[in-house]
Structures are given as C-alpha cells and as structure tokens.
Design a protein around this ligand. Sequence first.
Ligand SMILES: Cc1cc2nc3c(=O)[nH]c(=O)nc-3n(C[C@H](O)[C@H](O)[C@H](O)COP(=O)(O)O)c2cc1C
Length: 447
Amino acid sequence: MVTATPSAFAGDRVWADTVDSRRAIPASLQHADGHDADASGAWAASSASTDRPEVRIALPPPALRLPHGSDPHSSDPDDSDPLGMSTLLYYAVGLTGYDPQADRWPLHRAVASARCLYPTECQVLLPHGIYRYDAAHHHLLRTAELDPGSVARLLDDIGAHAALVVTSRPERTARLYGDYAPRLCAQEAGMTVGALHLTALASGLDVEIHQDPDTLSALCDGWLDADVDADVEYAMAGLAVAPRPGDTTSGQDWIPSELARIVRARHSGPLIFDPGPEPAPRALLDDLALALATSPLPDCSAYLCVNRVSETPCGIYRTTPGCGGWQLVAERDVVPGLERIGQTDGRVSLNFRSAAATVYLAVPRARAVEEYGDDAFRRVHLAAGAAAHRVTIAAACHGLAARVHNGYDAAAAHHALGLSDPGETVVFQLAIGRVGNHAGLRLPVVF
Ligand SMILES: Cc1cc2nc3c(=O)[nH]c(=O)nc-3n(C[C@H](O)[C@H](O)[C@H](O)COP(=O)(O)O)c2cc1C
C-alpha cells in the first residue's frame, strides 16, 4: 500500500474538461499567426528555474537492436546502467530523427507528437533520486534529491527496481492549440506509455503500468511541484520496471522482431498525408490485430476501414479487447464513409482514397466517467494512446506511415462505423499508407 501527500497528479481538473470533446481542429489554430510555438522549447525545459546545481548523468549508447538478445555482437549491460534505461528511454521518448531542411518541426521522437511540440516528459525514479530524461542530449538530469530510504520502500511496494513517471506539460501545446491541448497531451502521454511498455518488454524487463492516483502521488512525492503558475507538469502514469527472472518473454506478447530498427524508421508521413495508392500486405492486419489484442491497457476497441490491403475485401472490421483477429462488420467501399468522418473545417483531412487502411480507436467513455469521474479523461486516453502507438509500430513494421489525425467528427464516426453503445466514443483516427520518401529528410539521431 502506498500513500503520499497530494501533488500535481493527473486527477486535476485540467484533464476533466474535454472528455466529451467532439471538436476537430480547434479554433485557436485558425488564428495562429503563422509562427508555431517554438519546438525547441520542448527540449530546453530543465530545472533552470531553480537554484539547484545541475546534476547530469550521460547515459551509455542505447542498444541498436531490440528485442534484447537479438544482437549476437551486443555487449553486456553497462555497469552504470544495469537496467538498460538508456535503451528503454531512447526507443520510447528519445530523439530519433532530425530534418535539417524543415524550418518548422525539425525534431522527431520515437513517439508521434502533434506539431512536434513534445509536451510529454519522462521522469525516472532511481534509488538515488528522481531524474528527467533529456532527449536532446540523451542524459538524465536530476530533478530532485530524495530520501533513499523512502525511495527504496516505495520501489519495494510496487515491486520495481526503478520507476518511470510519464508527465505532461500542456502549456507547450496550449501555445498553439489553446484549450484543445489537454486532449492532445493526454493522447501523446498514452502513446508514450505504450512505447515504454513495448520497449520494456523487448528489453527483457518486467513492466507494470500504474494509473491510480494514490500510486502516482506517491511516485511524485517530493519533486512534482503543483504550486507554479505556468508550465505545470502533470503526472499521467507510472511504470514499474524490474529485470525479468529467467530473461524470457511471454509468448503472448507482440514484440516485432526488429523493434529497434522499426522505431527508428517510424514516421507519420509528410505535412499532407497523401500516400501512394499501393495495397498494404495482408500481414499488416495480422500485426495490427495482435498488437491491439496485447495492448497493455485493453479497455479500447478498434475499428479498421480496409481500402487497399492485399487479399482482403474492402470494408469495416472490428476487434474488441482481448479478442485477437478482425471480424468483418460490413463489406463495402469505405471511402465515402471515411470522407464524411475525416473532415477538418468542411474539407477532407487527408487522402483516404489512396490510404491502405484507417484505424479508429473507441473507448467506453460513459462507463469510465461513471467509474472515475473527472479522472476518466486521463484514463481513457492512456488506454487508447497505448493502442495507438502500437498501430504506428505495426504500420512501420511493413514500411508504412501511420498518421494520427484529429480532423474527424466523432459523431459521424460513431454512426458510420456502426458503434452500438452510445456511451462509446472514438478518440483516435489513424490513417495508414505508403508515402515513399516524401516524409522529409530524416537524419537518424543516434547517441
Ligand atoms: C495526439 C496527436 C494528434 C495529432 N493530430 C494531427 C492532426 O490533427 N493533423 C495532422 O496532420 N497530424 C496530426 N498528428 C501528427 C503529428 O503532427 C506528427 O506526429 C508530427 O508531425 C511528428 O511526426 P513524426 O510522427 O513523423 O515524428 C498528431 C499526432 C499526435 C500524437
């Protein structure tokens, strides 16, 4: 049992406001003055505002191959990083690509981020303190010194050797998106949780996700400061990690055989998502089904609109929590429905005609509100976000881009996809397609 004084955990009202959000693109975006929020801000955040001396730990280079054990030339884990935090952080929150030609949004991380504003941070609780991952330098920066006895008790309580706290700074996204930011930030936090979970499994770690406010408060005790006016950092989820006894992975898990390479290659496509009209391989659907069936926070259903997939009839397919495989709901040309759902200000958001498939993730919103009240919004987005990240990785396994796009009408999606429960809401739209080399120049960033 863990207890702690309340801090800026995610039960805060900021995450409660937009649980019903059915907006597409926010009005604030239409009035943007052409200068997006400075993406570098997301990388510059540090404990600079405090008087504490900066303590930096350079992490060893991340493994170039995952899953763990797939590289015959890999050396033993570094003594300075016995749990492999370097690899875990790099393939989930690390800086993986740099586009020197892009005047806006040149930096890319392992996980997608709306307009590359990167509101998500990862804080690492180690026996000697709490450290923020500095993706730009692949360092850990000490956030606070903590009482080693309390940390040891807390880690012991949750059966962990280390804990990760995924946090969000909505102010970064709000500079561009106004009060639509919490939705984007909660989605990205969920995707980051999914990325950390998948990377931990592939790294040979046992990993458990903690969402409950008591554990989150305990994990944040002594370092997460709720009393600041701007750029508040909110804890969204905790992950407890420990070495896996016997160094085996469960046969039930979905771990792509070249996960490290695939994460480095993942991308969302160019500014306008206009893929080539090539069919995706049938194996994409198998990967998607398994990835979603084994998603760590399973309270989320997926609807798949197949447009161009080899050996697969066009139509709407569905998979529900815990059930592998796709069930055909309706065989039909999906494009007219997609073009009704996926609109931004009355215009179709992307080229659904050439996209291979589009995934919609739906959550039991009404049930979550009943159960968790104000905290429902954070929880449903964690579950859907974790699944969404898996969709992006499953697509990347087949050399395809997956684009999260919030330009859609949730009511139209509910109707067109045939959702029967009025309490269910679509929270993610992801289009999948082959974009060739038109995603911009991506220089790999490897530390
Ligand atoms: C929560 C979320 C919402 C997004 N919404 C949109 C959107 O509405 N329209 C769009 O074109 N891209 C959207 N994106 C895609 C991002 O702009 C894209 O991930 C970003 O440019 C980074 O590119 P990368 O994923 O290739 O690194 C969204 C991404 C996330 C994570």
